[in-house]
Structure formats: structure tokens, C-alpha cells
Design a protein around this ligand. Structure first.
Ligand code: NI
Length: 136
């Protein structure tokens, strides 16, 4: 059967601060700019999750998109939406919540829930112009 990629878009708002605790505030400001603001700031994150696999001849699906939608909702949106990533999300207690690292955390959360015969890929927009992709 043909291998096809399906995509699901999702969205969450979250606050973060980029910083390295080993550095001074001055050094953090130099490296991370406005994103190192000690009082945090928010982003409107846009997420695209892509799943690639063979079309199931019975259903015509690579994966049921409503299952994917619910998975993103329960694993990602409920965990991240309207949260302070540094303070409220355990994954970022010791990991700097850059768009790169958030992508990896999202990928790892979804990877455990989607069967291994399907390849997955995450594209995460922190701003309309800044985004990261991760495929494991
Ligand atoms: Ni930021």
C-alpha cells in the first residue's frame, strides 16, 4: 500500500523563560535576549504533528485522525496550555524550554502512544517565523 503522511494542527498558549541557571542575568540576557525576562512571557504555539505510514486497506486510514486529535489534546494541550512551562511542567524543570526542546518533549510524549510502524514528526512554531522540526 502507498505510504502517506497525515497532519494534525493544534495550538496552545504558554509562558516560559529561557535561561541557564549557571549564568548571571547579564549573560542570560546576552544569549537569550527578551526570552530571558525573569518575569516570564508568553507565546502562541502552533503545533503540527505528522504521521507517516501505509494506508490500512480496511479503513483507508494511515491513522484515525480523531484518535490523533484526542491524543494531542490529552498529552500536549492539557499538559501545556495556559501553563508556565518552567514552573508547572515537570519536563522543563531542568530542561530549557526552547522551541527545540519543547519539540523533543512533544515528540517523546506522542511516540509512546502511537504504534511503531508509524513514523511521526513534530513541527512547532513559537512565532510565525520561528519554528523547529523533530522526527526522532
Ligand atoms: Ni520566548
Amino acid at each position: 500500500m502507498p505510504r502517506v503522511t497525515i497532519h494534525r494542527k493544534a495550538h496552545f498558549n504558554a509562558a516560559h523563560r529561557l535561561f541557564n541557571p549557571a549564568w548571571s542575568d547579564e549573560k542570560n540576557l546576552e544569549v537569550f535576549g527578551k526570552c530571558s525576562n525573569p518575569h516570564y512571557h508568553g507565546h502562541n504555539y502552533e503545533l503540527i504533528v505528522s504521521v507517516t505510514g501505509e494506508i490500512d486497506p480496511v479503513t483507508g486510514f494511515v491513522m484515525d485522525l480523531s484518535v490523533l486529535r484526542k491524543l494531542i489534546q490529552s498529552e500536549i494541550e492539557e499538559a501545556f496550555d495556559h501553563k508556565n512551562l518552567n514552573v508547572e511542567v515537570a519536563d522543563f524543570k531542568t530542561v530549557n524550554p526552547t522551541v527545540e526542546n519543547i519539540s523533543v518533549v512533544i515528540y517523546n510524549k506522542l511516540r509512546t502512544k502511537i504504534r511503531t510502524s508509524l513514523d511521526i514528526s513534530v513541527k512547532l512554531y513559537e512565532t510565525p517565523r520561528n519554528f523547529a522540526t523533530y522526527s526522532g
